[in-house]
Design a binder for this molecule. Structure first.
Ligand SMILES: C[S@@+](CC[C@H](N)C(=O)[O-])C[C@H]1O[C@@H](n2cnc3c(N)ncnc32)[C@H](O)[C@@H]1O
Length: 194
C-alpha cells in the first residue's frame, strides 16, 4: 500500500494492464494450470495476494472453491468485477485469520503467484508465511513463485519458510515445471507442512 500511496494511479494501471493482456489473448493462466494439476476435485484453494483475480478466477472456473485475499481494495473490486465466483476479500496477509471472518479454513492448496512475497514489507515476511501455514491442511501444499533480483534471496525465503513451519516439497524454476538450479532466476516453491 506504500506503493499505492506514492502513486495513486498504480492500482488502476495494474488492473488495466491485465485487462489489456486478456483482450490481446495472452496466456494469463500458466500459474493456475500448475495448481489445477495439483488439486483434488473441488479443492479449497486460497489465492494469497490475489490482485485482480486472474489465478483464482481460472481455478474457480475449473470447479474449485476459491478464496482470494489482497490488501488493495481497488484490486479486489476488479477481481469481483472481472472474475465473479470466488470469495474475494480485502485483507493483509500478515494478519490473515479467515475463520475469524466466518470463512472455513484450512485450505488444500495456497497459491501465491506474481512476486507477492517481494511486495511484502520485509519485516512481515515470516509472519505472512506463518499465517499461510496456519491456513493450510496438514497434507496440503503451498505454491509460491517469485523472481530473483527483487531484494528477497531465494535462500532467505526458504529459511523464512522453514521458520514458519514449511518444508520444501519440490523446487521449480518455472510454472511449467522446469527444475530449479543454482542459476535459476525464478523460484516456484512447492512447500508442505514441516
Ligand atoms: C504483482 S501483484 C500479483 C497479483 C496476483 N497474485 C497475480 O499474480 O496476478 C502483488 C500483489 O500482492 C499484494 N500484496 C502485497 N502485500 C500484501 C499483503 N501484505 N497482504 C495482501 N496482499 C498483499 C498486492 O496488493 C498485489 O496485488
Amino acid at each position: 500500500m506504500q506503493k499505492v500511496a506514492a502513486d495513486p494511479g498504480h492500482s488502476q494501471w495494474y488492473i488495466e494492464r491485465f485487462r489489456a493482456m486478456e483482450r490481446a489473448g495472452q496466456d494469463l493462466a500458466g500459474e493456475a494450470r500448475l495448481v489445477a494439476a495439483m488439486a483434488p476435485r473441488q479443492a479449497r484453494i486460497l489465492d494469497a495476494g490475489c490482485g485482480p483475480g486472474r489465478v483464482g478466477g481460472y481455478l474457480a472456473g475449473a470447479g474449485h472453491q476459491v478464496v482470494g485475499v489482497d490488501v488493495d481494495p481497488a484490486l479486489i473490486e476488479a477481481a469481483e468485477h472481472d472474475h465473479p465466483g470466488p470469495q474475494w476479500l480485502v485483507g493483509d496477509l500478515a494478519e490473515l485469520d479467515l475463520p475469524a471472518r466466518g470463512i472455513a479454513a484450512p485450505f488444500d492448496i495456497i497459491v501465491s503467484a506474481g512476486n507477492v512475497m517481494t511486495f511484502l514489507a520485509p519485516s512481515t515476511r515470516v509472519q505472512v508465511l506463518t499465517r499461510l501455514r496456519a491456513h493450510l491442511c496438514d497434507d496440503g501444499r503451498a505454491v509460491i513463485g517469485f523472481g530473483a533480483g527483487r531484494e528477497y534471496e531465494f535462500g532467505q525465503f526458504l529459511d523464512d519458510a522453514a521458520t514458519a513451519g514449511f518444508a520444501p516439497d519440490l523446487l521449480l524454476s518455472t510454472w511449467d515445471l522446469r527444475p530449479f538450479t543454482e542459476d535459476s532466476d525464478f523460484l516456484v516453491a512447492i512447500l508442505r507442512p514441516a
